[in-house]
Design a protein around this ligand. Sequence first.
Ligand SMILES: Nc1ncnc2c1ncn2[C@@H]1O[C@H](COP(=O)(O)OP(=O)(O)O)[C@@H](O)[C@H]1O
Ligand SMILES: [Mg+2]
Length: 185
Amino acid sequence: MKEIALHILDIAQNSLAARARRLEITLAEEGETLTLTIADNGKGMSPELLATVSDPFTTTRTTRKMGLGLPLLRLAAEQTGGALSIESALGVGTTVTARFGAAHIDCPPVGDMAGTITLLLQGAPEVELTYTHQVEERRFTLSTRELREELGEEISLAEPEVILWIRDYLQEQEALLRENKGMKA
Ligand SMILES: Nc1ncnc2c1ncn2[C@@H]1O[C@H](COP(=O)(O)OP(=O)(O)O)[C@@H](O)[C@H]1O
Ligand SMILES: [Mg+2]
């Protein structure tokens, strides 16, 4: 996949498929490391399933049809000298952490996070989503809980006007994270 945002869209779908009500997506860019965390309170995985999804070579040998979302993210991270780790507990939830070597030539760009977050919200407007993006000392957070408090309960976050507002807001905040980056002493 050419963008980290597309990996996030894919991995977050696993959380929604696991009936997560809370989803926390964090991107942290510090020095030469980019760390992506996707944490949910979905149904979680058994230790057996966890061992299988963690290993792309095991999945090719099973008769069960397995997807490639996690193996592809692992590959992308490892190609930059980073790593993937998954913590999961049945009935509790799952946390996927991918570390990328941000200075590595194979590190994908972050890409269209405004698109990823708004697509997730359109598909699952009820989910309690927190998205935080940090670049060095700058950061911002989008919290659907705070948005709902502003909008009132009767307005769905999937309303076109709301989605467009969120997309514009995210695009603006993403741009601010990068603004004047080379200018600092
Ligand atoms: N957040 C999650 N919560 C519960 N189960 C998960 C989660 N993420 C992945 N899984 C399990 O791991 C499997 C493999 O995930 P993935 O590699 O994305 O492929 P796919 O989603 O196409 O099956 C999923 O089918 C699911 O059983
Ligand atoms: Mg998947």
